[in-house]
Design a protein. Structure first.
Length: 132
């Protein structure tokens, strides 16, 4: 169970609060193509060709760029790492949005990691991944 799910499960937040924070989290992350162009791994013209081809073959942008020979697997890993590093943790977003205070976040994080929820077999993030 992920931290946002846990907060809903224990009745701290409503699903709408967590979903709004998740939407914001997603909106803050640059798209794959934008990052690849910014990193100078692909030109804007080649990115447009990738996007056109992606529509036909229904593949992810990185997979399509590799198939067309515009990016290597290492290039795709670099872009995906950049995207991952842009992701603001859900706990921080919930505090930013006023859904939780810093003190509440710390308390619920401590509870979350000290008392694993029912489906604790699912990989959970570390405390710093939830807060940072």
């Amino acid at each position: 169970m992920l931290f946002g799910q846990y907060l809903i499960y224990v009745g701290v937040l409503k699903a709408e609060d967590v979903l709004a924070a998740l939407d914001e989290q997603e909106a803050r992350i640059d798209k794959f193509g934008k990052i690849a162009v910014r990193m100078r791994l692909i030109t804007p013209a080649r990115l447009l060709a990738v996007l056109d081809d992606q529509i036909v073959h229904r593949r992810r942008v990185g997979e399509t760029a590799i198939a067309l020979g515009y990016l290597t697997e290492e290039d795709v890993r670099k872009v995906l790492l950049d995207q991952k590093q842009q992701r603001r943790p859900i706990g921080a977003l919930l505090v930013d949005r006023g859904a939780l205070t810093e003190a509440q976040l710390r308390k619920h994080l401590a509870d979350y990691f000290a008392n694993p929820p029912p489906d604790s077999a699912v990989d959970r993030p570390t405390p710093t991944q939830v807060v940072r």
